[in-house]
Design a protein around this ligand. Structure first.
Ligand SMILES: Cc1ncc(COP(=O)(O)O)c(C=O)c1O
Length: 382
């Protein structure tokens, strides 16, 4: 089968098979909480909270193929995926090392919730890679990294981290939501577990909340056990919608990559723009690494306007095509201010330290015509 972006046709469309006459081309949604049970048998019970509804299972198998994983599982949100993946590897008294460049919600989960289980977290700046090993304690069980990072689009070199993880017997968990498996597959770079908010590129249509994790069969089994007990299963209809979205994932990513690059290159030429954060630009600190490890630079662009927060608000008020809304990675262009959305839970000082000053704008380029997106940004900038 031919491969595009290193992804086989089978991963997107399933294993080719001749269909019988008069069968539906689109898969059916099995919108049922429960299924009939053979009398007197103790076979596995089919119950949608157990994640074994046919739509849930088909979707997970497809995603595992995309990530190159043994197995995968979908849950009710990206946060649910992050929480369950960590609960699967950490026990009370354990220690986690996390990158300091992570989604604000994830940091809040680590600081507020993992602490309640007696799990300590040490943050390491990926700018100082020697600190990964320095942070390891006897009680360390795992390392968590997000790449590309939200919202400054830093691309983290996983190899030194994977090396430390392997030597010390730690699990390496990577949230690669901003790339999608089309642009970057962490398991190919030494990660043990990949976490994604399926709300974003996987589904791609801004109409579903979901998350997924992929890794070894034994790891996914443990996440599955926790998902059942903590009530995190994905609704079958949401699974069906994501499955539909995933059929155009590679195509959408191709356009997101083109639009992201066109918008970033345009923005860098504008006198009203102080800084553009996009790994496809030679000015980005990780451009060389991005060219090596990413199949595409993605649709996410960070913009700092001259004039700070006030200029950003004026700009947002003038936009027409680009919609002011949190979230990202849908077919339509969205823009938000991380200080009021994804990084709201972090203090202004801590935000500035990780490169997100007030007035920072996070633009998610959709799949519209690049000229139309740029035209809207241009009129708002004037
Ligand atoms: C990088 C990253 N991971 C995880 C999440 C959480 O995903 P969800 O909103 O689906 O729970 C987000 C949400 O924006 C995110 O940006």
């Amino acid at each position: 089968m031919s491969r595009q972006f290193g992804i086989s046709t089978t991963a997107i469309h399933g294993i080719p098979h001749r269909r019988a006459d008069w069968t539906p081309v689109a898969p059916a949604v099995q919108q049922s909480s429960t299924f009939t049970n053979p009398v007197g048998k103790d076979d596995e019970i089919l119950y949608s909270r157990y994640g074994n509804n046919p739509n849930q299972l088909a979707l997970a198998a497809k995603y595992a193929l995309l990530e190159g994983a043994e197995d995968a599982i979908f849950v009710a949100s990206g946060m649910g995926a992050t929480a369950l993946a960590h609960l699967a590897v950490l026990r009370p008294g354990d220690h986690l090392i996390a990158s300091s460049w992570i989604y604000g919600g994830t940091q809040y989960l680590f600081d507020q919730e993992l602490a309640r289980f007696g799990i300590e977290v040490t943050y390491v700046s990926p700018d100082h890679p020697w600190q990964w090993r320095k942070a390891v304690r006897k009680s360390t069980r795992a390392i968590f990294v997000e790449t590309p990072t939200n919202p400054v689009m830093r691309i983290i070199d996983l190899s030194p981290i994977a090396y430390v993880a392997e030597e010390e017997g730690l699990a390496l968990l990577v949230d690669a939501t901003f790339a999608s498996p089309v642009n970057f597959r962490p398991l190919e770079y030494g990660a043990d577990v990949v976490i994604t908010s399926a709300t974003k590129y996987l589904n791609g249509h801004s109409d579903v909340i979901a998350g997924a994790v992929a890794g070894s069969t034994s790891f996914v089994e443990e996440v599955n056990r926790l998902m059942r007990l903590w009530g995190q299963a994905l609704d079958p209809h949401a699974a069906w919608l994501i499955d539909r979205g995933m059929r155009t994932l590679a195509l959408r990513m191709e356009r997101h990559n083109q639009n992201g690059l066109a918008v970033a290159q345009w923005a860098e030429r504008q006198s009203g723009v102080a800084k553009v954060h996009y790994p496809g630009l030679p000015s980005h600190p990780d451009h060389a690494r991005a060219k090596k490890v990413l199949n595409g630079f993605g649709g996410m662009v960070g913009l700092e306007l001259k004039g700070g927060a006030k200029a950003a608000e004026q700009f947002l008020n003038r936009l027409k095509l680009v919609t002011h809304a949190p979230s990202l990675a849908g077919v339509e262009s969205l823009i938000s201010e991380p200080r009021l959305t994804s990084h709201k839970s972090i203090s202004p000082e801590a935000r500035a330290k990780i490169g997100i000053p007030d007035g920072f704008l996070r633009l998610s380029c959709g799949i519209e015509d690049a000229e139309d997106i740029i035209g809207d940004l241009e009129q708002a900038l004037k």
